[in-house]
Structure formats: C-alpha cells, structure tokens
Design a binder for this molecule. Structure first.
Ligand SMILES: NC(=O)c1ccc[n+]([C@@H]2O[C@H](COP(=O)([O-])OP(=O)(O)OC[C@H]3O[C@@H](n4cnc5c(N)ncnc54)[C@H](OP(=O)(O)O)[C@@H]3O)[C@@H](O)[C@H]2O)c1
Length: 186
C-alpha cells in the first residue's frame, strides 16, 4: 500500500476491485497496517486478478467485519460511483427520485443511498428484477419491458439514468426543473 505518486509500474492483469489482508505498507502510510482487512480499487495501476496487489491508500478502505472478502470486493467501484452520483445530485428528504437501471450494480446502491437520505424512490428495471428492486427500498417500480417511464405523466426532482438506454431528452422530460441539469445524473 503506497502513496499514489510513488506507485510502481507493474504489468497489468485483468480485474479491478479487490479485497484482502494488508501485507505491507509504504513508510508514509498511517491509515493502514499489516493485518488489516481491506477492500480497494486497483484500476489504472494494475489488475486485481492476482495474488498480491499494490493498492493506493486513496482508493482503499477497511472492510466491514460483517462482509466476506467476496462481498467486499464487489462493492468498491459500483458503490463509489453511486455515492458520488447521489452526492452530486444533492438528494434530500422527500424528493421524488427516479432511478433508471435500479436493479444493476450501480443502481442498487443509488436506490439504497437515496432512501437513506429520505427520498421517495421509483426504480426502473425489467420484470424479473422488480422484487429485488423493491427489496433495495424502492417505493415504486416501473417495468421497462411493459411501460415507458417518460409517458407516465409523473415528474421527479432528481433523475439517475444509469445506462445508455435512453436519449437525454427522455430523462429531461420527466425532470421537474428541466433546466436544472445538475439534477440529472447520467
Ligand atoms: N458497475 C460499476 O462499478 C460501474 C461504475 C461506473 C460506471 N458504470 C457504468 O454504469 C452503467 C451501468 O452499470 P452497472 O454495472 O450498474 O450495469 P448492470 O449491473 O448490468 O445493470 C444494468 C441496469 O440496466 C438495466 N437494463 C439492462 N438492459 C436494459 C434495457 N434494454 N433497457 C432498459 N434498462 C436495461 C438492467 O435492468 P434488468 O437487469 O432488470 O434488465 C439494470 O438495472 C454502465 O454504463 C457502466 O459502464 C458502472
């Protein structure tokens, strides 16, 4: 584990997110110590499908003890992407929020984080994932195989379009303040 500026150049392997036990730390690293159970993103430096990785402290976090290593390794990038998007859109209590792609890697976290902030969440996904989406906390669900969300007549304070399946105008159509593009997280 090292400071980003002194990361060594290592041959790239496939894979991106990792979890494991810290073996050694750089001399300036204070946040982690050998033996810590951590999860990290290795993107941009070298891949994660290896026995040992060199991870930057900036993209490493302590693994919660309730998580297995396998669970922790799946959370990093999608969780951070969702967290960044929810912060960017400034989701707050009682807002109506639409999450398109709510059953996916990123969408499931967006739904949960928006609910944690007290928003009313409508999730869009396919028929087979409607129940999962509800379990993540969605108050309402729309099955994109049966209904076009942009024709529902409903509008939302914040819209998350978490895949490339719609043109921008469709999302803008259901945004309460269509001119406030910062409320549209694609
Ligand atoms: N995963 C990450 O860590 C990450 C990080 C940054 C950016 N991204 C980007 O974010 C986007 C989503 O990634 P993801 O990992 O969340 O993908 P994912 O797990 O494959 O989820 C895709 C979502 O889109 C829905 N979907 C699939 N086909 C669709 C269709 N034809 N029409 C409407 N909705 C459809 C899926 O619903 P059903 O499964 O119910 O059909 C699901 O909710 C991608 O563009 C990815 O590059 C991902």
């Amino acid at each position: 584990m090292m400071d980003l500026t002194v990361m060594p150049k290592i041959n790239k392997a496939a894979g991106m997110e990792v979890s494991g036990v810290v073996e050694a730390v750089g001399k300036n690293v204070k946040k982690f110590k050998p033996g810590d159970e951590v999860m990290a993103i290795t993107a941009g430096y070298h891949g994660g499908w290896v026995e040992y990785v060199c991870a930057s402290v900036n993209v490493t976090a302590i693994k919660l003890s309730i998580l297995t290593f396998e669970e922790a390794a799946t959370m990093c990038l999608s969780g951070i992407s969702a967290y960044g998007a929810v912060n960017l859109a400034k989701v707050t209590k009682n807002q109506n929020v639409l999450v398109y792609g709510a059953s996916g890697g990123v969408g499931q976290y967006v739904v949960q984080l928006a609910k944690m902030r007290g928003a009313k969440v409508t999730g869009v996904c396919s028929t087979r994932n409607l129940d999962i989406c509800r379990r993540f906390g969605a108050d309402e669900v729309i099955d994109y195989k049966k209904e076009d969300f942009s024709n529902s007549g409903k509008s939302y304070d914040v819209v998350f379009g978490i895949n490339g399946n719609n043109p921008l105008w469709k999302y803008k159509k259901v945004l309460k303040k269509a001119e406030d593009i910062s409320r549209l997280a694609i």
